[in-house]
Design a protein around this ligand. Structure first.
Ligand SMILES: [Zn+2]
Length: 281
């Protein structure tokens, strides 16, 4: 699933092609994409409007039009945004721009979504109920993270994956960040010491920035807007590296389960937490 760096890569590639252009026509070929709104309502709201800005919040892309109209899109499992003249199979939405470009939302598994929101207040409300702090914003401080973590017994990996806590971190970047911070994924987040919280905050930011720098990770369906692949998968420190040596200590990387997801750790650098008396009962 595309995470923050993958979506940010798409945003950076698309923004120069879209901003200032007029959307002549949007055709939603698969009504599931925008339900409960019908495709005609999406077309009525957007057709003929100028695209002012392409933004991002967590894993969401935000196409902002003139008159404070916004199209919020989520790629979910297998969604891709492609600028192309061809129309591949699994094209779910097609947008024709006033300069002849075609922007497609292509999605094999069909979990991707598009919502039209009228006005900045509606947009803010939409995200307030779904997303926590933006990790690449100045709001994501060690202090903010400590505030969120306080008193929680939830394992730190599950905490990182919860979009209502930190927006945009998924399975890849959670593994990479926890390795960088030398924290075991099952450690209860409320038991992290101040220094560990600071390391974790820095590690999340560093992992996301590395991902953006490599233009995302293409380990599944994720592609750039021209169909090319990202290269962050070649730079993983632990993710998908089972049996390979830890880059720090040489110990073979292990695969385990945490938060219901395949999770990769160095068993030496990331010590399993001792069970507390409370959890032994
Ligand atoms: Zn190690």
């Amino acid at each position: 699933m595309p995470e923050l760096p993958e979506v940010e890569t798409i945003r950076r590639q698309l923004a120069p092609a879209l901003e200032g252009r007029r959307l002549e026509r949007i055709r939603v070929l698969d009504p599931r994409w925008c339900e409960p709104a019908p495709p005609e309502a999406i077309a009525d709201a957007l057709n003929g409007r100028m695209i002012e800005r392409l933004g991002r919040r967590g894993k969401y892309l935000i196409m902002s039009f003139e008159d404070d109209v916004h199209l919020v899109m989520h790629l979910r499992m297998t969604g891709n945004m492609l600028l192309t003249d061809e129309e591949p199979s699994h094209t779910r939405v097609r947008m024709d721009l006033d300069d002849g470009q075609k922007l497609l939302f292509v999605d094999v598994r069909r979990f991707g979504t598009g919502d039209v929101l009228l006005g900045s207040d509606a947009l803010a409300e939409y995200f307030a109920s779904r997303l926590g702090v933006e990790p690449l914003s100045p709001d994501f401080t060690a202090e903010a993270l400590r505030e969120q973590a306080r008193g929680r017994r939830q394992p730190v990996k599950a905490f990182l994956l919860n979009q209502e806590r930190i927006a945009g971190v998924g399975n890849i970047y959670a593994d990479e960040a926890l390795f960088r911070a030398r924290i075991h994924p099952l450690k209860p987040v409320g038991t992290l010491r101040r220094g560990q919280i600071e390391s974790l905050r820095d590690a999340v930011v560093e992992s996301l920035n590395q991902g953006i720098d490599a233009k995302g990770a293409s380990i599944d369906d994720y592609r750039h807007v021209d169909g090319a692949r990202g290269s962050f998968q070649d730079r993983f420190l632990v993710h998908l590296r089972k049996g390979e040596p830890c880059v720090r200590c040489g110990t073979p990387i292990e695969k385990m389960r945490a938060a219901g997801r395949g999770t990769y750790i160095c068993p030496k650098c990331q010590r399993r937490p001792r069970r507390s008396p409370a959890s032994r009962k």
